[in-house]
Design a protein around this ligand. Sequence first.
Ligand SMILES: Cc1ncc(COP(=O)(O)O)c(C=O)c1O
Length: 392
Amino acid sequence: MLQIAGSGTLKIAAEAKAMKSKGIEVIDLSVGEPDFPTPANIKEAAKRAIEDNFTKYTANEGIPDLKSAIIHKFCKDNGVEYAQDEVIVSSGAKNCLYNLFVAMIDKGDEVIIPAPYWVSYPEQVKLAQGIPVIIQTKEENGFCITPAELESVITSNTKALILNNPCNPTGATYTREQLRELAEIAVAKGIYLIADEIYEKLVYDGFRFCSVAALSDEIKQLAIIVNGVSKSYSMTGWRIGYAAGPRDIISAMAKVQSHNTSNACSISQMASLEAIRGTQTEVFNMVAEFQNRRNYILSRVRSIPDISCLEPKGAFYLFPNFSAYYGMQYEGMQILSSSDLCYYLLKYARVAVVSGSAFGADNFIRLSYATSIQNIEEGMNRIVEAMQKLES
Ligand SMILES: Cc1ncc(COP(=O)(O)O)c(C=O)c1O
């Protein structure tokens, strides 16, 4: 356990909360969840489930109706076909990934993880006794790994490649062609593709999302798709995620699940059934609002001198490069790293952001725009002012 780090994103959110509880007014741009309420039709479905006493253990891998709705979603949205025994429902996408790593990884297996990465990937791989192999993607490549970069880290111990598309923390997205090039390497080398597509629906500027499983049958045989309702339907607290993939892997994940959580919450499964099968109007409304906020916060960040920032096409984060300010100081507080910068911004600007080091990229910080435009405006005013105070 000494080799496993706690979640860096949860840590800063807890500190911001502690400051708020002391009456300090903190603008929180560290959040990893939509600020919208869960849509009313979904909440109603959960209430109905309670009234109907749908409150007992369910099938280990998820209720058949929800799995059917997920199968229909894959077919309609992604053009991919799955059978009931190729799908599992778990207590969040995080839980799906954990079950997957425990089921798939033998001691010493290597899992390739492009950095910047979502904080839990390397730690979960380590918890399953695997070895995370980090590839640093480049800002100038839009934080996407290239085929040459992928090939350079594959060894005879490589078990899988994780692709998070759209990506937390960068908002980077892969086009169908980029995905195909990487997936074909995986097929040639017999490596599994773990595709975390949880931000699939949160895409902007007309970006057309493509699931890696849709590329070809050969690729689908090696792909495990992880998705969930947390981000698309503002349902982070309901804890429902799902995975689809080859039936031997899914049944191994079900075995793992049968000995830890048993099944995902029965009421949340009913709510998720409504989320996936019911009207999608609220998803479109949320995406339209996120698009406005992304445009606004990006223009503010790009107006700070010496900052570079990718225009993200997905998720709800910006990942600007602040390294030009490293080495500067204010009132004796010197900024030498992304975590120094986070503490500086928390202390002097009263704005919570997440340090890039939590995602394996110390030149950057993560700003979330899953908060109101008023908060974003005030938060950016404070950040701009704090950056102006820094001196060489
Ligand atoms: C890339 C990514 N994958 C998975 C998750 C976990 O989602 P869930 O709430 O379904 O466990 C998150 C949540 O922050 C995420 O950003």
